[in-house]
Write a protein that binds this ligand. Structure first.
Ligand code: HEC
Length: 160
């Protein structure tokens, strides 16, 4: 009778512990799902990023400020409305984020120049962003130089 009594107590104890584990597991699972960021898998090729994002964004920036000589004199243009400035800022942001995309997964061709050149493009894009937030046409014009140099430098080295 005594042995049975003890066995009952032990199994009761195990049962309670089991419930405790289940509750703890459920809690930590809920906790984990609210905190963990899903693992991102790069999909686009470098070429798709170039043609789909970087190229069009650079064109918007390069064309946003400029001047031409006409028979009537110098014709200058720059963003005027808030919407026009915003569009240039969006493209500058796209250039910056594309630099981040180039440093993800199998797109990283090496850990030296590829990273440096991606970062150079990011810096150029940031310069354009800064100019946009100051609504400085001259600043946007000046940012065209580092952006353009970053394209050419990387293409010379890596484009086949
Ligand atoms: C970190 C390196 C890197 C930087 C910076 C870079 N590119 Fe590229 N780009 C490449 C590579 C590599 C290719 C070739 C991709 C392929 O063909 O697989 C390419 C290809 C392209 C193409 C496609 C050309 C074609 O028709 O095949 C365009 C357009 C382009 N880049 C625009 C730009 C512009 C504009 C910039 C600057 C704002 C820029 N890229 C900055 C690496 C870079």
């Amino acid at each position: 009778m005594k042995a049975v009594h003890w066995l009952f107590l032990i199994s009761l104890g195990l049962f309670v512990c089991g419930i405790g584990f289940v509750v703890a597991a459920a809690r930590s699972a809920r906790h984990a799902s609210s905190v963990t960021v899903p693992v991102t898998t790069p999909v686009a090729s470098v070429k798709q990023i170039m043609k789909g994002i970087v190229g069009p964004a650079a064109t918007v920036i390069f064309k946003s400020v400029g001047a031409t000589m006409t028979a009537q004199g110098v014709d200058e243009w720059a963003p005027k409305t808030d919407e026009e400035w915003e569009a240039v800022g969006n493209s500058a942001a796209a250039i910056v984020e594309s630099g981040n995309l180039l440093m993800m997964g199998t797109r990283v061709l090496d850990r030296g120049d590829w990273i440096k050149m991606s970062q150079a493009m990011i810096e150029g894009g940031k310069e354009a962003l800064k100019a946009v937030s100051a609504k400085s046409a001259e600043g946007v014009m000046a940012s065209g130089e580092p952006i353009n140099v970053s394209c050419d430098t990387c293409h010379e080295r890596y484009r086949r």
